[in-house]
Structures are given as structure tokens and as C-alpha cells.
Write a new protein. Sequence first.
Length: 469
Amino acid sequence: MFDTIINDIFNCINNNINNFVWCINAENFELIYSNNASSSILGINTNQENSDSNFLLNYFQEPSKKILLKSIDEAYQNIKSKTEIRIIDKDGIKRTIDLQVIFNDKTNVYFIMGSDMTELKHNLDNLEIKNQNLEKAIHISRKFSDIITKTSNVIILTDSNANITWVNDAFINITEYSLEESLGKKTGNLIYGSETNVETINILHEGIQKKEITRVEILNYSKNGRKFWLDLRLEPLEEKEDFYGFMIIAIDITKRKNDEIQIKEKNDKIKEFSFVTSHDLRHEFAKIMTLLNASKSAENNLEELKNYLQQLESPVNKINSIISKINSNINLDESIKKQEEAVKVNDEISEICLVDDDQLTNIIHKKIITIFLPNTPVKIFDDIEPALSYLKRYPYNNRIIFLDLNFPKGRSGWDFLDDYQKSEANSPIIVLSSSINNEDKNKSKKYKKVLEYFYKPLTAENLHKYIKH
């Protein structure tokens, strides 16, 4: 009767439990029982392997054998423990098994129970990879968000209908519209005004309709009616056949535009002054020539000659006064020339080099430079050695180099400066760093080829200082 109950229990285990169950003789490690799961999945069969008195030790390979023996030893000492081993099943598939060993000193039998954790382990590993990728994506997203939020360039994101979905702080500051006031609105409905050029508006509308990259310079109005100019670039956001909307990146060019207007006004005044003065000079010069010709006919009449000479005094004094005015305006013209130079693109720059290991920062800085100098090539180096090699190979190109100091791997920006200082290359370097340490700033200025030290991110104002636009 008792034997029947025991058999029923074992049959129940065999037929209904998916976990592996093995019973092993403690004296010779003979496998005296294994359930159906062990046979069907792992290929362990009691009848087939029973003749092997040391079956388990032969079946398991290192390091799993060593782990299993340790668990058996702990079970013999009545130490409860669980462990994890890896084995290869009958189909050659690697499996992860969670084992627990129990020793029964009355029957002198080890009971080994194992759960197949392969799928769970695989899912956990995949989940860990996904979590790592998610954390990386969040980190990049936060970094990108931080950059576009802090940059002085205006950034606007829209949906596919060109309705605003997000604006950065620069937009809020220049337009005086909050994010909440801007959401769902058309950009033009917020900032276009009576003097905004209609043709320019139509060019932008055409770019939106055709989903094309479009660049314009456009006059806008803030919420309180203040005029400002933007160098605006409209770019569609699309991937393969999916279209998401538009990104607008704009630079505040109000100062440049105002300077251009002032220069035009001053030039117009100079032209007017030039016309008036040249007319006056000719008029007084004609008087002098008339008096000189008249004096020739006076022959030896001293009184008449004296009279002509006295009459010459007035036109000569007027000519002298006109010359003084011209000199004053020449000085004015020189100041105008300097302003003109400050608002013209420097066509002599052949390329701009970005030396920075941060790929995202390079992408954003390249976009800003491309908007500012659309015809100037931008070369990117994320490591010191290739950058130095390229610059030494082409030392005489007229370029500007933006250099980051911090490179986590390999050589640093300081190493770059040391090597570059010794080379024939003479292109100016602008240090572009996130370090706000004054020691770094002062140290960089000791290098003769370092033109300036800017804090990240790169802004239009910084470009204006050394790249004339």
C-alpha cells in the first residue's frame, strides 16, 4: 500500500512538474531518479544512465561541475543554498538552471531540484540592454534639450501643419510670447507685422508647402511691437516616408540689419555731401580762374591788380572751408568702412574645423555654423590625432579651429595645443569648452595661436566677434 502511494507521488511529479528533479545516491552519485522534464529537455534518462555510478559528475562540465559539487557539500552540512549553473541540453542549446540541493540523511539521498531560467535570463538580459539603451537615449535627449534650451539661437518645432509644438527660451526672450501662448499657433501669426516683407513671407509659405529647406532674412515684431530681424532657416523633419513637421533655427541679426541701415543712410548723406561740395568747389574755382584771367588784362595797373587779389581771398577761403569739411567726412567714412567690414561675410575663410569628441555637440555646432556661413565647409574631428595629422598636412589653409579641451579617452586638447604650437600651421584657434575654470581660460591664452576662449554652446554672438557677417 505504502509503495503504491510513493509511486503515485513520483508519477504525479513526473507528469505535472516542469522543473527538473533528480535523486542521487550519496555514496556513489548514482542517479536513481529523474523526472520527465529532465528526460525530455536535458536528455537525462534514469534507465539509460543508471549504469554510470558517477553520472552527474560526468554529465556536467566545468565550471558547473565545481559549482554543483560545492552545493552538494553544503547540503551535506545542512547549509541551505541556491545556485545557478549553465548546461547544454540534448539539442545543443545552452541553458541556465537555478538549482537547490537537499540532503536526506535517513535515506542517504541528495534531492536536486532545478528550474529552467533560460528564457527568463534571456528576457532579463534583453531588458537590461533595453534599459541601458533607454538611459542612453534619455541622457542624449536631456543633453540635446539642454543645449537647444540654452542656446541663444531661436529654435521652433512645429507639427506637420506648421503649428508650433515647442519653442526654446531664446524665442520667448526675443518675441515676448510664452510657450503656452505660442502652442498651436502659426509662427507668422505671432511675429509678422505691417513692415514684414510680403515676398519673404511667400517664400517661407512655399517652403512649407513643398517641404523644402528654406532660408530667409525677415523683419518681425515682438508682442509689444518691438521690431527685430531674424536670419531664419526652415527645415522639414522627416524620416524615409514619414513627415513629422518643421524645425526652424534662427539667428538674431537685428544689430547687423540696423548697422546696414545706418551705413546706407550715412553713405547717402556722403553722396549728397560729395555732390554739394564738388559743385561748390567748381563754383569757387571758376571765380578764381575768372579773376586770374581778368588780372592778366590789367597789365601794369597796380590798383586794379590789387583789387583782383583782394577778390581772390573770398573764394580761396571758401575752398579751404570745403576741404576741412571733406577731411571731417573722410574720418567719418573710415568709421563707416569698419562697420561695413563688420557686416560682410569673410570670404577668405576656406574652412572651419571642429575638434570635439561629443558627436551631438558637433552636429548642433555644425548646423549653427552652416546657417551663419552656408558656403564654408565644416570638418569634424572627434579625436586629437586625426585632427593634428590633417592640419599638419594642409598647414596653409585659411581656417578657424574650434577646439574642446576635455577628451575622456586618449590625448586632450592641451596636447593638441602643445603639438600645434610647434607646427607650421598658423590658423587661429578658438577654445570652445564647457569648463568655466579661470585657470583653463588663462592657460589657453598663453598659447600664441589661441585667439579666444568661449564657453559652450557656440552662439551667433561669438561667431560675430571673429567671423565677419
